[in-house]
Design a protein around this ligand. Structure first.
Ligand SMILES: *[C@@H]1O[C@H](CO)[C@@H](O)[C@H](O)[C@H]1NC(C)=O
Ligand SMILES: *[C@@H]1O[C@H](CO)[C@@H](O)[C@H](O)[C@H]1NC(C)=O
Length: 442
């Protein structure tokens, strides 16, 4: 008992992060913009003005309108100019110009975890040299507020309308859909970027996001009143210049879904072309920048903590399996040098375990009415990767359960008043790489 209390005191004194409980709801907006940053010599894009000047204005407008999260595509050879003129706090490092980079970057007011760049498995040079540079998609879990994670996907799919292009583009979109099924199961998702796809075109495969992933297209919702344009119908091309309204369809799509804990609502779809013009009112890119305003609301009976640890292992979440009115009955941990596994059984009979079989197993059986209300996690480096080394959980009765080895980097996360831990989410392999808690109202 003495040891446990001493460790707890050390862990608490080593806390590095302060947590402010999440608001129950909020808003943010996003912008998707193909910034036409291929070298001038390869692709003039038909825009007037030189690309360095145009890119500087794009960066200034991104700062001026303070978009919450921006996905850019074709951010190749004018990248330094874009970032020099923008001021977002969180921005991805470039993967390089042509022919090294994907042209995909994110500029954000929110931090994220688990940023990953994925190359397309298929590309086609049938037209437009899509294999010239390693295009693909990116993934990140954006932290909108404490425990409010939305998985953001940026993409730039194969261009052109030759049969080879159509095949490659459909394969690209399928690749993202399959990735979502693995890495975003149970999570809120936002896909926005240059899909190079139209609902009206045969074979583009854009419908995969609604049929396979349950995503809603913000343009279909607002401009087409929920009616997806028919395949083979005339293309709803936008005019050159500033579109008068959002009735025309662009290939820059915004698709989204919520989760059991986060409801996402589209509160407005816009072409922001008029915000991105040169001093002589010419467009700066051959794509209309797309903005969508979102409102998010947390479920009244469920919450999540922040994630701690490193971006390794495989994604899991107990959220889809948490029954209504869940109550924990047994908490289980495995640990030794590091934290090997976590598990929880509920009074409903549901049981969740994650991690490996190493370490020593310990468990705590909860009394009726007793809930697990806080958890301290400590992390460190193993083989060059960050993972969780230690966990200490505390119940409403003041009882504790610990496993693993303390480090100097710890955080204590506490359930909102009246809530208790009923599950976990994060990433694991044979140990607990990354871990967060699912709280339910007790
Ligand atoms: C970025 O600059 C704009 C003005 O262009 C300002 O309104 C905004 O607050 C700045 N944002 C940050 C994160 O500094
Ligand atoms: C949208 O603008 C086009 C002109 O580009 C016009 O023909 C059409 O009627 C407008 N649609 C709506 C719904 O206002």
């Amino acid at each position: 008992m003495y040891t446990v209390l001493l460790l707890a005191a050390v862990a608490l004194s080593a806390v590095q992060h302060a947590f402010a409980a999440s608001a129950p709801s909020g808003t943010f907006n996003i912008l998707s913009m193909n910034v036409a940053g291929l070298p001038e010599i390869l692709n003039g894009n038909g825009e007037s003005g030189d690309k360095t000047t145009n890119t500087a204005i794009i960066g200034q407008d991104m700062a001026k309108f303070a978009y919450d999260v921006i996905h850019v595509q074709e951010d190749f050879n004018y990248h330094a100019t874009l970032y020099a003129n923008d001021n977002h706090t969180f921005r991805t490092a470039t993967s390089g110009g042509v022919p090294f980079g994907s042209g995909l970057n994110t500029l954000s007011n929110f931090d994220w975890v688990d940023f990953t760049r994925i190359k397309w498995a298929t590309c086609s040079d049938a037209s437009e040299n899509d294999c010239l540079t390693p295009k693909g998609f990116t993934f990140m879990r954006v932290r909108v507020d404490e425990g409010v994670y939305v998985d953001f996907y940026n993409l730039h799919a194969d261009a052109g309308t030759e049969p080879g292009d159509e095949t490659a583009r459909a394969a690209n979109l399928q690749q993202v859909a399959d990735y979502i099924d693995v890495w975003s199961t149970g999570n809120a998702v936002l896909v926005f970027g240059d899909t190079n796809a139209r609902y009206t075109r045969v074979g583009d495969g854009i419908r995969v996001f609604s049929t396979q992933n349950g995503l809603t297209d913000a343009w279909v919702q607002d401009a087409a009143h929920g009616v997806v344009p028919a395949i083979g119908a005339p293309a709803l091309l936008c005019p050159d210049g500033v579109p008068a309204n959002i009735s025309c369809e662009v290939v820059d799509k915004v698709l989204y879904r919520g989760s059991k804990v986060i409801t996402l609502a589209n509160t407005g779809f816009f072409y922001d072309t008029s915000r991105f013009l040169s001093s002589d009112l010419a467009t700066l890119s051959d794509h209309n920048p797309v903005r969508v305003e979102f409102a998010w609301t947390l479920a009244s009976t469920l919450r999540q903590s922040d994630l701690q640890g490193g971006p390794h292992g495989t994604w899991f979440t107990d959220l889809p399996g948490v029954p209504s009115s869940p109550k924990a009955s047994v908490l289980m941990l495995r640990g030794a040098a590091r934290l090997d596994a976590v598990g929880i059984s509920l009074t409903s009979g549901a049981s969740f375990t994650h991690g490996g079989t190493g370490g020593t197993a310990v468990s705590l059986t909860l009394a009726a009415g007793e809930a697990v209300v806080s958890g301290t996690l400590c992390w460190g480096q193993h083989d060059g990767d960050t993972r969780n080394f230690y966990a200490l959980f505390t119940t409403t009765a003041g009882r504790t359960l610990t496993a693993g080895t303390l480090t100097a980097s710890c955080a204590t996360m506490t359930a909102p008043a009246g809530f208790g831990i009923v599950g976990f989410f994060g990433q694991s392999g044979d140990e607990m790489d990354q871990l967060g808690f699912i709280y339910a109202k007790q």
